[in-house]
Design a protein around this ligand. Structure first.
Ligand code: BES
Ligand code: MN
Ligand code: ZN
Length: 502
């Protein structure tokens, strides 16, 4: 789908989208269209309950007097509440309806409502992003019926600030591409996307100027990453760790910024989580092809940063394994020695993400001396119990980082909610026979998992995002994410960097 920005306000071919304000008040563009169509819009309003409510639309097909094939009236709601998220939802809603409708061209001629805090260029790029995100499809494994095939080819956003919008869009579109990449990875089944294949796909980032290194099993053995390797040892597919580096900060930046270490993002990349010998139930295994959602978000982020040439030095590391039961698989009660030297008693082989992250966090910290580390992981079912599918869980040893992440999440529609850490929780993972065990008791499962991670973080500012509730969606669909994999994380992390570290 091609997205462009224009300033021509002549009612055009294809579908023409105009805004209706709260109470059913036509926007300027809507009034002009109404005039051109001989009053058809006002007539339509009188026959409908539609009063410009946000998220609602009515459609006029083949209106007389104009060369549009349809006019869509989209509710804007109250102006003061019309923000970027509202614009994105509006565009996404329209694209969702018209993607396979037979229309090829869709034009948004949406006037900025009075009292909205958005600028003209912001309105335009939020509409464009909403349209783009909703147009995602993951269709390469099925025959798509004729009537389902997308027909929409061009989206035009009419704006008074076309030049500024195009400039902004170059950056925003990069984030959109990163989200699509993350969704693709999460949607791929595990027979296709196993660790080595995941790593190979990351080599694609080289084209954008990202350095990519792949550590194979011998390399990880040499480093002593035995906790990660233990998780993968029951799989027919070898484990990998992938390191990506984007060095976009200006060389001799002011205040010695360049000297301080890179920003580090670490992703859980469990390509399939069967639970290992502590085998999951059939129902519990559903969706576990997506247990690499944290890793996917890190790849998507690196893509976005490189594509928009972010002025920051960033490293992304992903621990890639498949957790399977087998004659060679890790057993409950095994003790593994991590790269840090600390030992872990594995009481449940299904608590594997923390084992993978323990080594990758340690490696990231010792090799890169990062300014901060943020890990993303579909780590615990317990976070779904606590927060459902609305917020990701946030854990941090640093209030400033936690606040910045919270703010970035609010701005981008990827909200996070902070949960506590502390000694009393840390005690729950003490072991009699090793430095720690890999599970706590029956309670506070997301927190005890985070406590284990924290044992592999020294004095670096660190945050852990438990994204088990948001990386994919089972039943109801988020308006901006039409596929199972949501691509969660790319937006919030990109915003964190753009607002605070560039
Ligand atoms: N990948 C799962 C967590 C998960 C569960 C993600 C449901 C998404 C949906 C993780 O590896 C896991 O199995 N965690 C266990 C930990 C337990 C054994 C302490 C869990 O949450 O049940
Ligand atoms: Mn597991
Ligand atoms: Zn897992």
């Amino acid at each position: 789908m091609q997205i462009s920005f224009g300033s021509s306000r002549a009612i055009g071919p294809g579908a023409w989208v105009v805004g209706v304000n709260d109470g059913g008040v036509l926007s300027l563009q809507a009034a002009r269209s109404d005039e051109a169509a001989g009053g058809a819009l006002k007539r339509a309003l009188t026959f409908s309950r539609f009063k410009g409510q946000p998220g609602q639309t009515i459609e006029l097909l083949a209106p007389a007097g104009v060369n549009s094939s349809r006019i869509v009236l989209a509710g804007l709601g109250k102006g003061e509440k019309f923000d970027g998220a509202a614009a994105e939802r509006l565009a996404a809603g329209v694209v969702g309806r018209l993607l396979a409708s037979g229309e090829e061209t869709l034009t948004f001629a949406v006037d900025l409502p009075k009292r909205s805090k958005l600028s003209e260029a912001e309105l335009a790029t939020h509409l464009a992003l909403g349209a783009q995100l909703r147009s995602y499809r993951f269709d390469h494994y099925r025959k798509v019926g004729e009537d389902e095939k997308p027909t929409l080819k061009n989206v035009v956003v009419v704006t008074k600030a076309a030049a500024a919008a195009r400039k902004r869009w170059a950056e925003v579109a990069a984030v959109g591409e990163g989200i699509f990449l993350a969704r693709d990875l999460v949607n791929e089944p595990a027979n296709i996307l196993y660790p080595d294949e995941f790593a190979r796909r990351m080599l694609g980032l080289k084209k954008l100027g990202v350095k990519v290194e792949i550590l194979d099993v011998p390399a990880m053995q040499k480093l002593g990453m035995n906790a990660l390797l233990g998780v993968g040892q029951g799989s027919a597919h070898d484990s990998r760790t992938v390191v990506m580096q984007w060095n976009g900060a200006p060389k001799a930046s002011a205040k010695g910024k360049a000297q301080s270490g890179p920003l580090a993002f670490i992703g859980k990349g469990v390509c399939f989580d069967s639970g290992g010998l502590s085998l999951k139930t059939a129902a519990g295994m559903m969706g576990m092809k997506g247990d690499m959602g944290g890793g996917a978000a890190v790849v998507g982020l690196m893509h976005a940063l490189a594509k928009r040439k972010a002025r920051a030095n960033v490293v992304g590391l992903i621990g890639l394994v498949e957790n399977m039961p087998d004659g060679k698989a890790q057993r409950p009660n095994d003790i593994v020695k991590t790269m840090s030297g600390q030992t872990i008693e594995v009481l449940n082989t299904d608590a594997e993400g923390r084992l993978v992250l323990a080594d990758v966090l340690w490696y990231a910290q010792s090799r890169f001396k990062p300014r901060f580390m943020i890990d993303l992981a579909t780590l615990t079912g317990a976070i779904l119990v606590a927060l459902g599918t609305e917020h990701a869980g946030l854990f941090s040893n640093n209030d400033e980082l936690a606040q910045r992440l919270t703010r970035a999440g609010e701005k981008e529609g990827e909200p996070v909610w902070r949960l506590p850490l502390g000694d009393a929780y840390d005690r729950l993972v003490k072991s009699k026979i090793a430095d720690m065990k890999n599970i706590g008791g029956p309670n506070a499962g997301s927190i005890t998992a985070a406590q284990i991670l924290q044992r592999f973080v020294n004095n670096v500012p660190w945050a852990h995002l438990d994204i088990a509730g948001v990386a994919w969606q089972d039943s109801e669909q988020k308006p901006l994410a039409p596929s199972w994999g949501t691509g969660w994380g790319v937006r919030v992390l990109n915003r964190l960097i753009a607002d605070n570290y560039e």
